[in-house]
Design a protein around this ligand. Sequence first.
Ligand code: ADP
Ligand code: MG
Length: 198
Amino acid sequence: MHAHGTAHLNLPPGQTLADFDFAFQPAIGRSRIETLATCAFIRAAETVLIQGPPGVGKSHLAVGLGVKGIEHGFSAQFYRFDELKIALKTDAHLPPARLRRRKYLSTSLLIIDELGFEPMSREEASLFFRLVAYRYGRGSILITTNKSVREWTELLAGDEALTTAILDRLLHKAHVLNIKGRSYRLRDLEHTLGTVRS
Ligand SMILES: Nc1ncnc2c1ncn2[C@@H]1O[C@H](COP(=O)(O)OP(=O)(O)O)[C@@H](O)[C@H]1O
Ligand SMILES: [Mg+2]
């Protein structure tokens, strides 16, 4: 599962790491992002988990790291979790040989954006487990989420055994970024409110 030169992300522009204002979000250690930007985590098939409230730059960093991966010659695929869920359900009965060729299994870096907006059904949780188990040791997963790991059982249809099995694999070799900061989307509003108040 290595370099595929032709693979590309179909993504909004302006979300590279060079466009990221680290001064705005000091909670994100710039050096940690620079370490991830070497793409050693992709080579080692490790996980990146980016947690935090809306607007703090989770998706931007995910896209930026995906772009870096491609610059380094890796393949990368970007899915919002709700899109991935539909693909997993559609493909649930494919024979294994065909399933393995699906991009979410074959790509070097799988980006899953916005995990956790709605709880999964039992079927969805078990398809997600199958994905994580297949990629474990084979390919990287980068997840952005608004949920802390403590809330994952609830997210995964209340199934503690399944949640443990998923987290065990995901967190075995993981880089966890917990972003506790201001929303970049609301920064203008902050200014406006500040002006109104003063
Ligand atoms: N530190 C930052 N520097 C530059 N742009 C940022 C920064 N944080 C967020 N943004 C921009 O703000 C918007 C919201 O960020 P996004 O990554 O979508 O947040 P999240 O995924 O955490 O909700 C995007 O347009 C993103 O490019
Ligand atoms: Mg986002």
